[in-house]
Ligand binder design. Structure first.
Ligand code: SF4
Ligand code: SF4
Length: 426
């Protein structure tokens, strides 16, 4: 049994109760870090069985891996990593969930299939099928389908990778040579944001390469498929090492956090682990790279047609990478755009990768709470830095009858700099 590190450090103090989204929306002791750690200890001690206790597997599976408990825990218990270890042992004994086998193993590990699914989704958006779903009678009958449909942002375009080629050079001599790590969700669902961000990097003198990497592997790791995560970690790091890049930039904080922890993915003590540790120092989340390495221009920016923006902190950015100031500095630099802080800006939105699909009831409740707080704050624009959060927030706001655009700070900065009018708008 590996990965359970500090499980016996939990003192049962209960500090995690006030921050755990699944506990706050269920008031179920088995759905908070303390309860989950306790259940996992009982598993390790043989009082529950990894091969047959489905209810315990469900509690372990329902953790968002948001890390809020880790940040609040005085004993520094890493419940998120303990949950991944437990999922891995459940998977070894009972097999991976069908959803994870189909979507992570069958799609995210096979980028050519993902591109085909993206084409089908675009077809679905553009034909009458979507309109049918919203007809009153069918809507009631197909409420679950309507729920899943709400995640589609509308105006889905071709995957970003299709139009980027291998590398793009800025006008003039490059200031810096970067690899842009293109995550699955950004590629398929956030292509306009990727294009806007790349346009901004080029305008600030960066030469941007696009190594043909696959999924970062974090969805596989989160599902307990450690072998799948290791294979992707080895493949991606091999591709990135081939180029002489000064920085590895990604618009997805989950990918950034995974790339920084690739030694953990491939085995920290292995020969590969030592090799991939060299990557970690070069990996930067897009906002931090723009604010800290390229700099935000002091002038030449114009309004973007919105008056009040609120920012949602993705878990993997704020707690995984410590990114809090950079996106706010970018948004504050845009003329005419007031930044209204959101109550609970850094609480998980309930997106957590594919959590909205595997746990729609809990995910929907968390999203509804977030949407209500956004609506109360009076913003006419929402910004976040994670494609999965953007889909979840967009869907939650739509279902709450308060549809607002959701944009990446750098997409908005690109619009403000006159590089792409929509700023990441489909
Ligand atoms: S805050 Fe940490 S030590 Fe306290 S109950 Fe939660 S997991 Fe255990
Ligand atoms: S990682 Fe998030 S959902 Fe999981 S126990 Fe901790 S606070 Fe709760």
């Amino acid at each position: 049994m590996q990965g359970y590190g500090d499980i016996y450090r939990c003192t049962r103090c209960g500090f995690c109760q006030s921050v755990c989204p699944t506990y706050l929306h269920s008031l179920d002791e088995a759905q908070v870090a303390r309860g989950r750690v306790h259940l996992t200890r009982l598993l390790l001690e043989g009082k529950y069985d990894f091969t047959k206790d489905r209810e315990v597997a469900g509690k372990v599976d329902a953790c968002l891996l948001c890390g809020a408990c880790v940040a609040a825990c005085p004993a520094e218990v890493r419940t998120d990593d303990i949950m991944v270890a437990a999922r891995s042992d459940f998977a070894a004994n009972r097999g991976l969930r069908l959803f994870h086998r189909l979507v992570y193993g069958g799609l995210l590990s096979r980028q050519e299939r993902l591109a085909r699914v993206s084409a089908l989704l675009r077809l679905y958006e553009r034909t009458g099928a979507r309109g049918l779903l919203y007809g009153k009678t069918l809507r009631r009958a197909l409420s679950r389908l309507v729920y899943f449909d709400s995640f589609l942002p509308g105006g889905l375009s071709r995957p970003a990778r299709a139009g980027l080629g291998q590398a793009l050079r800025p006008a003039g001599k490059p200031r810096i040579k970067v690899a842009y790590f293109l995550g699955c969700a950004s590629n398929v669902f956030w292509a306009p944001t990727v294009r806007a961000s790349v346009a901004y990097l080029l305008s600030r003198g960066a030469e941007v390469s696009f190594p043909p990497t696959g999924c970062c592997g974090e969805p596989h790791r989160g599902a307990g498929d450690l072998e799948g995560a290791r294979a992707l970690g080895l493949g991606n790091s091999g591709l990135i090492f081939r180029g002489e890049f000064e920085a590895i930039v990604t618009d997805c904080p989950t990918c950034a956090r995974a790339l920084r922890r690739y030694d953990w993915f491939v085995g920290a003590d292995s020969r590969e682990g030592e090799r991939v540790r060299g990557l970690a120092g070069k990996v930067m989340e897009l906002n931090s790279f723009v604010a800290e390495r390229l700099g935000i221009p002091a002038g030449g920016l114009r309004p973007v047609g919105h008056g009040r923006v609120t920012y949602h902190d993705p878990c993997h950015a704020v707690r995984g990478l410590g990114v809090r100031e950079a996106p706010r500095a970018i948004l504050s630099a845009i003329p005419g755009l007031g930044l209204a802080e959101l109550d609970g800006a850094d609480s998980c939105c309930g997106g957590a990768g594919a959590y909205g699909f595997t746990h729609p009831a809990m995910s929907g409740r968390i999203a509804a709470g977030k949407a209500a707080r956004i609506a109360r704050g009076g913003a006419d624009l929402v910004s976040t830095s994670c494609p999965a959060c953007a889909l979840q927030l967009g869907a939650g706001l739509k279902r709450a009858g308060h549809p607002l655009p959701v944009r990446h700070p750098v997409g908005l900065l690109a619009a403000s700099a006159g590089l792409c009018p929509g700023g990441g708008e489909p």
